[in-house]
Design a protein around this ligand. Structure first.
Ligand SMILES: Cc1ncc(COP(=O)(O)O)c(C=O)c1O
Length: 390
């Protein structure tokens, strides 16, 4: 018998992004106008300072070599300063590892903290890649459905019933992909503190921390005593439009970073040097860059909300953050089929809610990060026609 990939990896399914995008490309090639509300990306490009820094660095020999495992000390120092000020906590560069993106930071955290057989609680709907990474790490992914289906805010009462003596970590996605819901400060603080008392880690993916449009972002690292049990995952992908650069970070107490850096060395040695140089310029010169797009993103969110409000079969209460509308569809029990039908008949790419766990069934995720206001209005019109209300 030839060797085979392990069964837990075989059991995983890729999210449907590629097939949907491929089909969208075929429809476009056949002359159709297809609007994508599928992508979890913002519309803007990296700041000019980041691009200039990378361009200038290309001719320096050190950019073609490895840098130290945890990342460029100068980037870690300035990032610790900026994050510390934003999250209202004192940080040093020893609390940070620069990674090859947010997903890498998440897997680095899991590989460092979780043993095979441990349980990791995912408030649901969850970010698909979180579940995939937990299963790949050999842990059990425990889906904890969020009770509040209007705001999708995660609360202690959602998490607590799923804790067992085997729970090693609870994952927060704040603001959430796919729901756009931020974790409210009082709820977040309570969860971090109670989980610390029970010896459970909080892995807080704050990829969309710069995309909170009303009120402030609450970070798990802002809780006094956070160092006991909090690991924050962050990235330059979304905030600075640098998805392709593959650069992000893991923020944790220096002791955890010292452990994680061994895994980092075994996995990738270091994040790409050129990307770290670009990221450093972004952090140093343009920390508030993502905030400059808030008015535009808010306006796009409002256009989508207005359009959806005219479709009786669809229900969405806009959230304070993220790039997403997580929309309930009356009578839908097969969101994958619905998403395919929307692409074929309305030429709109949406992501089926089932991709985000069984508690996402009956929903569609629509992103307003990339499509502009005109496209969002047009897409809402097509949805209205599709659902027979226009
Ligand atoms: C919540 C969340 N975390 C992590 C990522 C991955 O980010 P990166 O490109 O930095 O790996 C995404 C991308 O969609 C995301 O939505």
């Amino acid at each position: 018998m030839p060797p085979s990939a392990r069964s837990r990896i075989r059991s995983l399914e890729l999210p449907p992004f590629d097939p949907l995008n491929l089909r969208a490309a075929e429809l476009r090639a056949a002359g159709h106008s297809v609007i994508s509300l599928g992508q979890a990306v913002p519309f803007f490009e990296p700041p000019a300072a980041a691009r200039a820094a990378a361009r200038e660095a290309l001719d320096r020999p050190e950019v073609h070599r490895y840098v130290t495992d945890p990342g460029l000390p100068s980037l870690r120092t300035i990032l610790a300063e900026r994050l510390g000020a934003t999250m209202r906590t004192a940080l040093t560069r020893d609390d940070l590892i620069i990674t090859a993106g947010g997903n890498h930071a998440f897997t680095l955290a899991l590989t460092t903290l979780v043993d095979a057989g441990d349980e990791v609680v995912l408030p649901a709907p969850y970010f698909t890649n979180h579940r995939m990474a937990v299963v790949a790490a050999g842990a059990a992914a425990i889906e904890a459905p969020v009770a509040d289906r209007t705001t999708f805010a995660v609360r202690w009462s959602d998490v607590e019933p799923h804790l067992t003596p085997r729970t090693k970590a609870v994952v927060l996605c704040n603001p959430s992909n796919p729901t756009g819901a931020p974790v409210e400060a009082a709820d977040g603080r309570l969860m971090v503190e109670r989980l610390a008392d029970r010896g459970v880690f909080v892995i807080s993916d704050e990829t969309y921390m710069q995309f909170v449009y009303e009120g402030a972002h609450w970070s798990a690292a802002s809780v006094g005593g956070w160092r006991r049990n909090v690991v924050v995952v962050g990235t330059f992908s979304k905030a600075f439009g640098m998805m392709g650069w593959r650069v992000g970070y893991l923020l944790a107490d220096a002791d955890i970073c010292q452990q994680a850096v061994k895994v980092q060395d075994a996995m990738i040695i270091c994040a790409p040097a050129i990307s770290q140089i670009a990221a450093e310029a972004a952090v140093r010169d343009c920390w508030s860059y993502p905030l400059s797009f808030h008015d535009e993103l808010r306006a796009r969110r409002d256009v989508l909300a207005d359009g959806l409000a005219r479709i009786p079969a669809l229900h969405w209460t806009p959230t304070r953050g993220g790039l997403f509308a997580f929309v309930a569809v009356d009578g839908c029990d097969d969101s994958a089929a619905l998403s395919r039908a929307l692409l074929e008949r309305a030429h709109v790419v949406t992501i089926p809610g089932i991709s985000f766990g069984s508690s996402g069934e009956g929903y569609l995720r629509l992103s307003y990060g990339y499509a502009d206001a005109a496209e969002l209005a047009e897409a809402a019109g097509r949805l209205r026609a599709f659902f027979g209300s226009g």
